[in-house]
Structures are given as C-alpha cells and as structure tokens.
Design a protein around this ligand. Structure first.
Ligand code: URA
Length: 210
C-alpha cells in the first residue's frame, strides 16, 4: 500500500479551522469541499491519461486527456458525500458510484446497506471518499467490496486517519494496488472510538445530528 500524508500549510490551516468545535456546519461543509479539492490533486497523481491531439491558434500539438473508462469516485455514505463536490470539481468527467456502510450494532461488523456501482470494476480507477479513517472498519469493508467487483486500482482519500486505521487497511490490502491519501495522521482513538484530536463526528458536523 502507498501512503501519502499531506504536507502543505494550506491543508493544515484548513484542517485546523475544521477541527475547531466553534466552526459552524456551513463553514465545515465549505472547508471539507476545499480540502478534498486539495487532496484530490495528490490522489489523482497517477490518473490514467491518453494522448490527445488538438490545434492551438498557432499549430497542432499533442497533449493528454483523461483516458476511458473514466475514473469512478465512490463516496461512502453519509459523511463521504461532503467530499464529493471537491473531487468532481477537479475531475468533472469522473463517474460517481455510492456505497452505504453502517456498523451492525450486534455483530459490530460493518454491513453494506446501499450500493450503486458498475458490476465490473476490473478496468476502473476507483477513488473512495471517507473523511474519517478511525478503526478502519468501514473503509476496509468498502475497499473489499470494490475488490469483490474486480477492482485492482483503488485510491482512498480521508481527511484524518489513525495508526489503528492504517494498520487495518494495510492488513486487508496486502500487496494489492491501493493508495491512501490523508490530510493528517492523528494520534489515535479514544475509548468511544473518536479520533484524537480529530474533529468529532464528521457526519453530524456536516449535516447536523440527524
Ligand atoms: N467517525 C467520525 O465521524 N469521527 C471520529 O472521530 C471517528 C469516526
């Protein structure tokens, strides 16, 4: 697995405001989108492109365009939705699939309650969006779901991660082609499963406590 932890003052600045408990939902949503756009720049470093010939006003030249099939962006419901706009702003031709994953309160295992994805992902570059890599349970379940559909090229983008979450993803992916992009790597988890220092419940802060 390849790991990239962002190292840019603009990202750290925006994350600091995001973490602040006094930051309101509208500002939190705006910052999540902006952070995602910055992280998308890193996450798409290896996006597949193909040669493309155009005419400038001066001459013919060959550049590149994003190759077909287009990248597939998969936000994990609910909090991953807050990152979607930031990604599609940068890659407007990407297609979007959805995965809803919730932890079963009896078995404590993550279960998938909603999905809208192409049947065959074997030739797709997949970008999974999930703001909080805490225990790693839901992100691991999402990546496994994509593997089961044939995906071989997966990039996951999270605003914050923990060493525990990293370890869970590493154990799952082994030597498969997975890249993890984090805005920051935090200290760990508290006894209630919150990331420390973290930012609280990302879904609640984006959308209110529904
Ligand atoms: N999910 C969140 O939204 N926040 C955490 O701190 C951990 C998991």
């Amino acid at each position: 697995m390849r790991l990239h932890v962002a190292d840019h003052p603009l990202i750290t600045h925006k994350l600091t405001v995001l973490r602040d408990e006094n930051t309101s939902s509208p500002v939190f949503r705006q910052l999540t989108e902006e952070l995602m756009t910055l992280l998308a720049y890193e996450a798409t470093r290896n996006v597949r492109v193909e040669p493309f010939t155009i005419r400038t006003p001066v001459t013919e030249t060959t550049g590149v365009k994003i190759a077909d099939p287009k990248p597939l962006v998969v936000p994990i419901l609910r909090a991953g939705l807050g990152m979607l706009e930031g990604m599609t702003k940068l890659v407007p031709t990407a297609e979007v699939g959805f995965l809803g994953i919730v932890r079963n309160e009896e078995t404590l295992q993550p279960t998938t309650y909603a999905e809208r994805l192409p049947d065959d992902l074997s030739d797709r570059q997949c970008f999974v969006l999930d703001p909080m890599l805490a225990t790693g349970g839901s992100l691991a379940a999402a990546i496994e779901y994509l593997f089961d559909r044939g995906a071989t090229d997966v990039t996951a983008v999270c605003l914050l991660g923990t060493p525990e979450g990293l370890h869970a993803i590493e154990s799952l992916v082994g030597d498969r082609d997975v890249t993890l992009v984090l805005g920051a790597l935090d200290r760990g988890l508290n006894e209630r499963g919150y990331i420390v220092p973290g930012l609280g419940d990302a879904g609640d802060r984006l959308y209110g406590t529904v």
